[in-house]
Design a protein around this ligand. Structure first.
Ligand code: C5P
Length: 399
């Protein structure tokens, strides 16, 4: 079955008769688990109504570049950053020409200039317009600029002509979109990822925890699985969905997490510690609910095991990647953690910005790689992180 779980697809509709097929295309995307937002050119609203697209995508449709209602909520830059894939379907000859020129005179062309996500184009036009040298030259240039071209198909056209220029059918466009996320780069590798917070029991009704949402681990797990890796995600309590290609182990405390990690890490190639493991836990959790008798309550805490350090100390250790959420001296603290915990790679970011956010801006800290900042939505950044990991493990001789 087609899987696009949690993929953020920005569907751009331009003004051609094939626009009516976008209703079915959106339905297929949503059915495959994708999150869909739609941006339409004004001309396309003559062929299919924004209301139809809003109802099927479950989100407000964007049309205007300067939309006072959308700015600050889902303005053009936010939409561009949000997307994992931008698909322009149907793409008219005029839109293709404007994209080739890098124009930014309406919402959709601006989105294309602003996004760092892959952009796929599904042309739809009359066969003579398709065959015209200008269109063909434009498409050649777009391919050189790393745009993906989906179609067109050959056959009977709305104008009565027969030939190349029909937009691909919605099933085919959805299939090709899903294909783009499967690159096979990590095929044959086993990943163990920890994610989310841990819960440390105080008594039967109370616990110590933190703000971790588990979204970064979700993004890394999903992207690693899409790239062909065998993924086990060991997660503290979160409220997230995952593709069924990932093996999920649910845990509560740091001790549970350590036990789950140790049960499978020895056979893994890569360990990524994304979890915000509680550093301390109550020394003796009460077996009955603690009464609020006094004005103060003293809790004795003891240190939790450092899971990632234990993994790094294993004799035949996997490639170990850590995260550091800091509130100050991000790079210095990150470098210290990389060394203290004997990590191969670390991503350090500002703790106050990332918790529960769909976005991340993080610094790469590694003994071998140049220090750079990766920013964007967590899925896009996860793919960049996995590229770095993949490049490093290919050259690494296991210790
Ligand atoms: O909490 P800290 O900043 O030390 O976390 C850095 C890295 O260590 C993270 O990758 C985190 O998942 C891991 N860690 C762990 N066990 C702990 C504390 C942190 O695996 N007890």
């Amino acid at each position: 079955m087609l899987s696009l779980t949690n993929k953020r697809i920005l569907l751009g509709i331009t003004g051609g008769i094939a626009a009516y097929k976008c209703a079915e295309l959106t339905r297929l995307f949503v059915k495959a688990g994708a999150l869909v937002r739609v941006a339409m050119t004004k001309a396309s609203t003559e062929f299919i109504t924004p209301l139809t697209m809003q109802a099927l995508s479950g989100n407000r449709v964007s049309i205007e570049l300067l939309d006072s209602e959308a700015e600050g909520a889902m303005g053009h830059i936010e939409l561009a950053k949000w997307a994992d894939l931008v698909l322009i379907a149907p793409a008219t000859a005029d839109f293709i020409a404007r994209t080739t020129l890098g124009k930014a005179d309406d919402l959709l062309s601006t989105l294309i200039l602003a996004t760092s996500a892959p952009v796929a184009i599904a042309p739809a036009m009359n066969q003579a317009m398709w065959g015209n040298i200008s269109t063909q030259t434009n498409l050649e240039l777009l391919k050189q600029k790393s745009f993906y071209l989906f179609g067109p198909a050959e056959g009977q056209q709305a104008c009565g002509d027969v030939g190349l220029g029909r937009m691909l059918e919605p099933e085919e466009l959805a299939r090709r979109s899903a294909e783009l996320f499967k690159n096979g780069e990590l095929a044959g590798l086993t990943f163990i990822i920890t994610g989310g917070p841990t819960r440390e029991k105080i008594d039967p009704v109370r616990f110590i925890t933190n703000h971790s949402s588990g979204k970064m681990a979700q993004a890394l797990g999903t992207e690693a699985a899409n790239a062909g890796a065998k993924v086990t995600l060991i997660s503290g309590p979160v409220n997230l969905s995952y593709p069924d290609t990932i093996n999920i182990i649910e845990v509560e405390s740091a001790d549970d997490m350590l036990e789950a990690v140790m049960s499978c890490v020895k056979k893994s190639d890569v360990f990524i510690g994304v979890a915000a493991v509680a550093d301390y836990r109550p020394a003796e959790p009460a077996s009955e609910k603690i009464k609020k008798d006094g004005n103060t309550l003293n809790l004795k805490l003891v240190k939790n095991p450092d899971i990632i350090s234990k993994v790094s100390k294993l004799k035949d250790k996997p490639f170990v990647v850590g995260f550091a959420a800091e509130t100050e001296s991000i790079v210095e603290n990150g470098k210290k953690k990389l060394e203290d915990k004997n990590l191969d790679l670390l991503f350090a970011n500002n703790a106050t910005e990332t918790f529960d956010s769909d976005y991340i801006s993080t610094r790469v800290i590694s003994p071998l790689l140049k220090e750079e900042i990766l920013s964007g939505n967590k899925n896009t950044v996860a793919r960049k992180m996995l590229n770095l990991i993949s490049a490093q493990i290919k050259t690494r001789i296991r210790k």
